[in-house]
Design a protein around this ligand. Structure first.
Ligand SMILES: Cc1cc2nc3c(=O)[nH]c(=O)nc-3n(C[C@H](O)[C@H](O)[C@H](O)COP(=O)(O)O)c2cc1C
Length: 375
């Protein structure tokens, strides 16, 4: 029987993924001053021990004011490197590459954790609000504060902050970086006509709206080794009329690839507030067509994400050539050993080798004994 495509290896530049399942970036809101702590270690240990092919750390702020919430991880100073290195070591022990999602939350920064509503912090919040930055002085939603429209100097500082974040990722021993260009955060805000009303070189036509994304990519590429993959998470379509279309994203993806992006992680939405979001009905694999079209037309590797919860479905995405990798979020929170269980379900002969020996050896022996008894 041939090996299921989901359990074939994948190479991104010099980095080897033993299978096609990746931990999607997931904010934990458990940090103080952007530092990794035992929570992050425990959270990632669950995935590192469960057979996954690769992993991404949550949206990690390249500037302190670019945090989504006060509890977000950060990579804006050198003190934050040691904690990131500890998580990299955990994954590396299992032969799993780890990347970090470099992020600036733009006008959606300074917000409360989801279980407190994700709304904007106020000056009375336990962690008080801080000023936010965006392409234009347009609030994210009603009742949200108006961000400052970024000056030319602000933009240059943001680009340098992404580069410095990437430099720290290298120092922390991480294997790849992903630039967060999705979900209504700063880089997406510049690309989307729904948030960018500028009339200078960073607003207006397609080329100007794409400028920040491309300048960030070039600045990051310039500081990381040539063997290190640079990925980009895109919101391939906006959730409002007049926003980014899939055609725009195909075009952007080709430009990103030409500037050294190795994979586009295909997500969607986030530029508008929760009202628009709740109007969208998401179904299984609803974003897979974005990954498929970008892969085919922009000729860049893609990662599919969003409501992929079944082994057969994930395998089908890879088998059909819709994407090179599949990222999982909530399915992994539910079952951190999803990859191992998927390998069993798809009858991967060496499924037990995905686990650490001290787990896999005993589970393989149990399976062999069960089979003998059954015959
Ligand atoms: C708890 C949680 C935190 C998330 N944090 C991030 C994040 O930091 N960066 C990001 O790009 N997406 C984030 N997402 C979105 C996921 O990466 C993923 O795209 C989304 O959950 C859809 O995949 P799923 O259906 O497999 O969960 C988060 C999702 C969850 C559930």
């Amino acid at each position: 029987m041939s090996r299921p495509p989901l359990f074939t290896p994948f190479e991104s530049r010099g980095v080897h993924f033993r299978n096609r399942l990746v931990v999607s970036p997931m904010c934990q809101y458990q940090s103080t001053e952007g530092l990794v702590n035992d929570w992050h270690y425990a959270h990632h240990a669950r995935f590192a021990l469960g057979g996954i092919g690769g992993a991404l750390l949550e949206a990690t702020a390249v500037m302190r004011d670019g945090r989504i919430s006060p509890g977000c991880l950060g990579i804006w100073n050198d003190d934050q490197i040691a904690g990131l290195r500890r998580i990299a070591g955990l994954y590396h022990q299992q032969g799993v590459p780890l990347g970090v999602q470099l992020a600036h939350a733009g006008r959606k920064a300074s917000s409360a954790v989801p279980w407190l509503g994700s709304g904007p912090l106020t000056t009375d919040s336990p962690s008080p609000a801080w000023p936010t930055l965006a392409p234009s002085a347009l609030a994210h939603n009603v009742d949200w504060p108006t961000p400052a429209a970024a000056s030319h100097d602000d933009i240059q500082q943001v680009i340098q902050a992404f580069a410095q974040g990437a430099r720290r990722a290298v120092e922390a021993g991480l294997d790849f970086v992903e630039i967060h260009g999705a979900h209504g955060y700063l880089i997406h805000e510049f690309f989307s006509p729904l948030a960018n009303l500028r009339t200078d070189a960073y607003g207006g036509d397609f080329a100007n709206r794409a400028r920040l994304a491309l300048e960030v990519v070039r600045a990051v590429r310039a500081v990381v080794p040539s063997s290190m993959p640079v990925w980009y998470r895109a919101s391939c379509v906006d959730d409002g009329e007049g926003g980014i279309s899939l055609d725009d994203s195909v075009r952007l993806a080709a430009l990103l690839a030409a500037d050294g992006v190795d994979l586009v992680d295909c997500s969607a939405g986030g530029i508008l507030g929760p009202v628009a979001r709740s109007a969208t009905v998401a179904t299984a694999g609803h974003q897979v067509p974005y990954a498929a079209r970008i892969r085919a037309e922009a000729e860049v590797a893609t990662m599919a994400v969003g409501m992929i919860t079944e082994a057969q479905h994930a395998n089908q995405v890879i088998a059909e050539g819709a994407a090179d990798l599949v990222a999982l979020g909530r399915a992994l929170l539910d079952d951190p050993s999803f990859a191992y269980h998927a390998a069993l379900e798809l009858q991967v002969p060496d499924a037990h080798d995905l686990l650490p020996q001290s787990h896999g050896f005993f589970l393989a022996r149990r399976q062999a004994r069960t089979k003998v008894k059954a015959t």
